[in-house]
Design a binder for this molecule. Structure first.
Ligand SMILES: [Zn+2]
Length: 244
């Protein structure tokens, strides 16, 4: 049987027909939590897949500039290791290096530059399917990442645009708008790899320097939700209705 995303009405989108995939990750870990199963499935079949890392996640644990730089490096390494754990020996990660926690505060010039970069990525890799954070995700960086991608993709159309939800940790389909159709993907075959990938994010699981333990730690509810045998996505049906 073909591995496919399946809607409630049994409409199927085979992963083999999605073309080159771009997973958009506002912070290192979002790609694995939201799409780790999909990534693992693509890796097994050797389908082309790239990850757009919007930030390096340097703000998850507060500290001075030296600490932020160190954390940025730690999280970049964790992301690479997570993708390796999912079966991609040489992951294609495009790092935009935008400011963590401040995606919606970048200057107009940097925004335009970022949009150009994103369009370049989509065109140069012949991306056909996008996986974005949900535009109504509770985290402002996730919403802003979605807005940027929706804007970029208007001038270089792709075949499928899906969204995935991180915050609050809840299974889609929850309230999918009229402009979306919910799909689920059975990821049970790659769940052990996804679990190992999540475990690479030690900095987000409480294993940080003792002086910085006051920072973010993935809540158990998030881990429980994201380590299920199904991943849920919402296919965006009409991008023009998603004007930011
Ligand atoms: Zn995030």
């Amino acid at each position: 049987m073909k591995v496919a995303l399946i809607s409630a009405h049994h409409h199927a989108i085979p992963v083999s027909e999605m073309g080159a995939v771009l997973v958009v990750s506002p912070h290192p870990d979002d790609e694995t939590l939201g799409c780790g199963g999909l990534i693992g499935i693509c890796a097994r079949a050797m389908y082309p897949l790239s990850v757009l890392a919007m930030t390096n996640g340097e703000a998850s644990h507060p500290g001075n500039e030296v600490w932020r730089n160190a954390l940025s490096k730690i999280r970049q390494r964790e992301q690479r290791n997570a993708l390796k754990a999912l079966g991609i020996p040489n992951p294609d990660i495009i790092q935009l290096g935008l400011p963590d926690g401040e995606l919606n505060q970048i200057s107009e010039a940097r925004r335009e530059q970022t949009l150009d970069l994103i369009r370049d990525v989509i065109r140069s890799r012949n991306i056909k399917s996008l996986f974005l954070p949900a535009i109504d995700d509770r985290h402002a960086d996730h919403r802003e990442a979605a807005k940027l991608l929706v804007e970029a993709v208007r001038s270089c159309p792709v075949t499928y645009v899906f969204s995935y939800q991180i915050w609050p940790p809840a299974t889609r389909p929850r309230q999918v708008s009229v402009n979306e159709r919910a799909y689920t993907l059975d990821v049970s075959a790659v769940l052990p790899a996804k679990r190992t990938a999540v475990e690479q994010y030690r900095s987000q699981l409480g294993f940080t320097e003792p002086t910085h333990t006051e920072g973010f730690r993935m809540p158990q509810a998030l881990l429980d939700e994201k380590l299920r045998d199904q991943e849920c996505f919402a296919l965006i049906l009409d991008l023009s209705a998603w004007s930011a």
